[in-house]
Write a protein that binds this ligand. Structure first.
Ligand code: G3P
Ligand code: CA
Length: 269
């Protein structure tokens, strides 16, 4: 069954235009904005000295020339690393790191990313994911809301108006966000469907479901339940054309993809 959407499907650049440029770098987000993405997804972690940086893994080993956990490194340590060269070669045939691109491939703070969005000259939404927040017992959410406040983004008049939403696999993290900022929309991410949520309910106060594309492909009945319960559904990570078609046919609300340009083209935009 196809569900009518109130808005066109939103195309969200996952870690930036991360198929074509190194994930979570300024280069990847600039590309996503140029490509016309409606929103940018990013993962945030706290450094040892309390800065929110956009890094997916617990450690920097995969995406930089450094080693160690983000939480054990200070921002200055991270700033000395190269987050771009790992993408050279086969991973992205069109991508090549050049020394003059230094700023574009340095560690990206969430603050710098919010500045980029603010300066983009058009509405670009943000889908910010808190990673492993329990380790910091609320500090990730606290810092995040303080930073959003500086940009006037922490307390939208309504969830529908908000250009920012907070996503997490942790219901506790989303609860902390809602307790501090009740109008900020939250997205409950799911890698599998927990038995207690099979009827389409989400953790209290959450209105947006974030299932993986695998759930959507394999559990169509569960998708129906989410829609019947009145939730928006934002699906990740949708890179294959046939999965984009499936999302369109079903009537999902947002497609989170590493290939925003290709998905926009497929949607005729
Ligand atoms: O957008 C949600 C998705 O990013 C969750 O998975 O591992 O890519 O952060 P991951
Ligand atoms: Ca993520």
């Amino acid at each position: 069954m196809t569900h009518a959407r109130q808005h066109p499907i939103q195309v969200v650049a996952h870690r930036g235009a991360s198929e074509e440029a190194p994930e979570h770098t300024l280069a990847a987000y600039k590309k996503a904005i140029e490509d016309g993405a409606d929103a940018l997804e990013c993962d945030v972690r706290l450094t040892a000295d309390g800065h929110l940086v956009c890094v997916h893994d617990r450690r920097v080993n995969r995406t930089s020339n450094g080693r160690g956990a983000v939480s054990a490194l200070e921002l200055a340590d991270l700033a000395a690393l190269d987050f771009g060269s790992w993408k050279n070669g086969e991973e992205a045939p069109d991508w090549e790191y050049r020394p003059e691109d230094r700023e574009d491939t340095s560690v990206l703070t969430l603050e710098r990313l919010l500045e980029l969005v603010a300066d983009s000259g058009r509405r670009v939404e943000m889908a910010i994911e808190t990673k492993h927040p329990t380790r910091w017992a609320g500090q990730v959410e606290e810092r995040l809301l303080l930073l959003l406040k500086r940009f006037g983004l922490d307390a939208p008049e309504s969830a529908a108006e908000s250009p920012v939403r907070i996503m997490s696999f942790s219901a506790r993290s989303l609860h902390r966000v809602r307790a501090a900022s009740p109008t900020l929309p939250t997205v409950y991410l799911m890698q599998f469907v927990s038995p207690r949520l099979r009827d389409g309910r989400l953790p209290a106060g959450v209105r947006i479901a974030g299932p993986s594309i695998r759930i959507v492909r394999n559990q169509p009945l569960y998708f129906e339940r989410l829609k019947q319960a009145g939730h928006q559904v934002h699906v990740w990570t949708v890179n294959e054309p046939q999965d984009v078609d499936l999302c369109v046919d079903l009537g999902v609300d947002a497609i989170i993809t590493n290939r925003p340009r290709a998905v926009l083209r497929q949607l005729g935009r």
